[in-house]
Design a protein around this ligand. Structure first.
Ligand code: NDP
Ligand code: ZN
Length: 364
C-alpha cells in the first residue's frame, strides 16, 4: 500500500525537479491527484507569479478531484500572495486526503496551510519522502530561515589545487563537460558573483550558455573603486543585468557615467565591501542565491567571513605545480590547523575526465 503512495510522491518530486532554475524566488513544487488508483491530475509550479502546482493538478483533475487523494511536495500555501491560497482551493475542490512531504520552511507560516486543511476535515499526512522533498529547495529553504541568500563557491583547479600557471594562464584547466556543468549551476542561481580582477584579466560573459539556452542570472561584480574596464562584456553585451558593488568613496558622476538599462551601481556605505552586509543588501533586492566564481581573492573573503553554504570544486587530472601559481582560495591564510574551515563532502562524481566534489559548510 505504502509503495503506491511513495510512487505518487516521487512523481510529484520528479516534476518539481525539472523546474530547476525557473521558479525563483519561489520554491520548486510538484503535485499529483489520484482517484481510485488512477492519476487524474499532475502539475508543477513553473514560474513565480504563475499558478502553483496544486492549481495545475486540480484543474486537470476537474470534477474527479472530488473525493480524491492529493500528493504535494510542499505544504499548500495559506496566504494571499500573487495568487489565492492553494489550501482553500484544495478544500473547495473536495480533496478528501492529502500527503504533504514538507512543511513551509518559513517558521512564521509553517503548519498554517496544513491546519486549515485539517479544520476542513481533510485527512492530512505529513512527512512522506520528506528528505527528498527538502532537498528540492536548498536555496529557498535557506533564504526562508536566514533571510540571506544561499552562497555557492565554485572553483576549478588542477589536482594539485592550482587555478592558473605562474604566468596567469588558466584556459582551460577543466574539460568541456565540466564547463557545461558550470552553466547548469549558473542557471540554478539568482546571481553570479566575481571580483573585478577576474573581469580585468578574463573579461568573461558570465551568462548561461546551454544547448536549449537558459536563464541568465544577475551578474554581480565586487569593485570597490569602480576600476572595471568600460569595454568589459558585462557592461556592454545587454545579455543580463549587471550589478557593480562599490565602496562609499566612488564619485556620483563616475557612477552615472557607467549606469544604463542593464548596468546598475550599488554604492555601499562603508569604504570596503563586507561580505555579510553585501549579502543582507542582496536579499533586499530579492536575490536568494549566489554562485561565486572567484577569483581566489573573492573566495578568500567569503571563506574568512564563513559566508557560504557549499563549495563546488572541479578537479582536473593535471599537475601545474609552482609555489607562485595561484590556488582556489587566496587571502592571508591561517596560522594554525584549528582555524581551518571544516567542510563535509556530500557528493563526488566524475564529469568527463574531471572530478566534481560538492562540500557543505558544517553548521554551528
Ligand atoms: P578577484 O577576481 O578575486 O578580484 C579581487 C578584487 O575584487 C580585489 O582585488 C578587489 O579589488 C575586489 N574586491 C572588492 N571587494 C572585495 C572583497 N570583499 N573581497 C575580495 N575582493 C574584493 O581577483 P584574483 O586576482 O584573486 O583572481 C583573478 C584571477 O583568478 C584571474 O586571473 C582569473 O583568471 C582567475 N580565476 C580563475 C578561476 C578558476 O576557477 N580557475 C575562476 C575565476 C577567476 P578592489 O579593491 O579594486 O575592489
Ligand atoms: Zn499555493
Amino acid at each position: 500500500m505504502m509503495e503506491q503512495e511513495v510512487r505518487y510522491m516521487k512523481l510529484a518530486i520528479d516534476m518539481a525537479k525539472q523546474m530547476v532554475g525557473q521558479t525563483s524566488p519561489n520554491p520548486k513544487v510538484g503535485a499529483v491527484v489520484v482517484r481510485d488508483g488512477e492519476i487524474v491530475g499532475i502539475g508543477a509550479h513553473m514560474k513565480a507569479g504563475e499558478d502553483h502546482a496544486e492549481v495545475h493538478a486540480l484543474n486537470m483533475a476537474g470534477d474527479k478531484a472530488n473525493g480524491a487523494t492529493m500528493f504535494v511536495t510542499l505544504e499548500p500555501c495559506s496566504h494571499f500572495g500573487k495568487t489565492p491560497p492553494c489550501a482553500n482551493l484544495v478544500i473547495d475542490r473536495g480533496i478528501s486526503r492529502i500527503y504533504v512531504a514538507t512543511l513551509d520552511p518559513n517558521p512564521v507560516v509553517a503548519g498554517r496551510g496544513v491546519e486549515r486543511l485539517k479544520q476542513a476535515g481533510i485527512d492530512v499526512h505529513i512527512g512522506l519522502l520528506e528528505e527528498e522533498a527538502t532537498e528540492l529547495n536548498p536555496f529557498f529553504n535557506h533564504f526562508m530561515k536566514t533571510s540571506l541568500p544561499y552562497v555557492t563557491l565554485k572553483a576549478a583547479s588542477s589536482l594539485d589545487g592550482k587555478t592558473a600557471t605562474t604566468t596567469g594562464e588558466s584556459k582551460w584547466i577543466t574539460g568541456e563537460e565540466a564547463r557545461r556543468d558550470v552553466h547548469h549551476s549558473r542557471q540554478e542561481h539568482d546571481a553570479i558573483l566575481v571580483g573585478v580582477q577576474t573581469i580585468i584579466e578574463d573579461d568573461p560573459q558570465l551568462t548561461t550558455r546551454l544547448p536549449f539556452g537558459g536563464k541568465n542570472p544577475t551578474r554581480i561584480i565586487l569593485d570597490t573603486h569602480l576600476r572595471i574596464p568600460r569595454s568589459a562584456k558585462v557592461l556592454n553585451d545587454r545579455e543580463a543585468q549587471t550589478l557593480i558593488i562599490t565602496g562609499s568613496q566612488v564619485a556620483m558622476d563616475q557612477i552615472e557615467e557607467i549606469q544604463s538599462e542593464y548596468v546598475q551601481v550599488i554604492k555601499l556605505e562603508a569604504e570596503s565591501i563586507q561580505i555579510r552586509s553585501l549579502l543582507e543588501r542582496m536579499a533586499t533586492i530579492g536575490i536568494t542565491s549566489i554562485y561565486v566564481e572567484g577569483g581566489a581573492t573573492v573566495h578568500a573573503s567569503f571563506v574568512k567571513e564563513r559566508c557560504f553554504q557549499q563549495l563546488i570544486t572541479y578537479l582536473a587530472p593535471k599537475i601545474i605545480g609552482g609555489f607562485t601559481s595561484p590556488s582556489i582560495i587566496g587571502g592571508a591564510g591561517i596560522k594554525y590547523m584549528d582555524e581551518a574551515v571544516d567542510l563535509q563532502t556530500i557528493s563526488f562524481e566524475q564529469i568527463g575526465d574531471d572530478l566534481k566534489i560538492v562540500s557543505v559548510l558544517k553548521e554551528g
